[in-house]
Design a protein around this ligand. Sequence first.
Ligand code: IPE
Ligand code: IPE
Ligand code: MG
Length: 258
Amino acid sequence: MTKLPSSTRTIPEVAKVPRHIAIIMDGNGRWAKQRFMPRVMGHQRGVESLREVVKGCRELGVEYLTVFAFSSENWRRPADEVTFLMSLFVKALEREARRLQRENVRLQIIGDRSRFDDKLRQCMLDAEQLTAANTGLTFTVAANYGGRWDVMHAVQAMLREHPALASTFTEEDLQPYLSMSDAPEPDLFIRTGGEQRISNFMLWQLAYTELYFTDTLWPAFNRAELDKAIASYQTRERRFGRTSEQVQEITGKGVADA
Ligand code: IPE
Ligand code: IPE
Ligand code: MG
């Protein structure tokens, strides 16, 4: 397993275009409500925003895009909304998998799949397998995902394989068992819909991610909005605990050891 730099141990290289963007796609229900439509129409429209953002990330040379599609807490929604979202997943996977394949995008799904029905699980597997060898953008959809679940699950899996680590394990021991272990930590986090919270998204991985919040509702999010978020990211000074002077001194030297 490759060891990736951890933002709490080393200073990752800061590229002009974020290598990894993580998005909480929020505001679908309110978008629909504003238009006197049922909430679920917002989810349907949200798929189109996602398609545009995937395209934008490919064009910009972003390496990893990770989006929150359904949280472990979203099961608490009205049953008909949950049912609609599950069938939308199936439809979107069936419809988009071939396009992603053509566009050299590697699709992966993170989260606890055990609660999904057989059909959805099969669609997820099919889409992942179809695109597994692609070398362009890695596009990750978090479904029945929770940041706390991710950490708990990783600890359990690590201890199952290495019981002796119980009292001694380090960040580096745990890292390979986390959901996004093959990706660098997100550089830029975007949340649409106006709320300024993490809602149990990638709690571990967002440790040093630059946060960007916009009032734009997800179905209205587009390429111009993506460019705005990236422009904001490009004005940030990522210090990773250091002083501004230290950062300026090491800028351009790439990954520095802590
Ligand atoms: C985000 O939009 C999509 C999911 C959580 C599945 P919402 O459905 O949360 O939309 P709002 O926040 O109610 O407007
Ligand atoms: C977060 O949005 C989850 C997803 C976008 C999938 P929510 O709308 O569920 O978050 P809260 O409940 O407002 O925090
Ligand atoms: Mg919401």
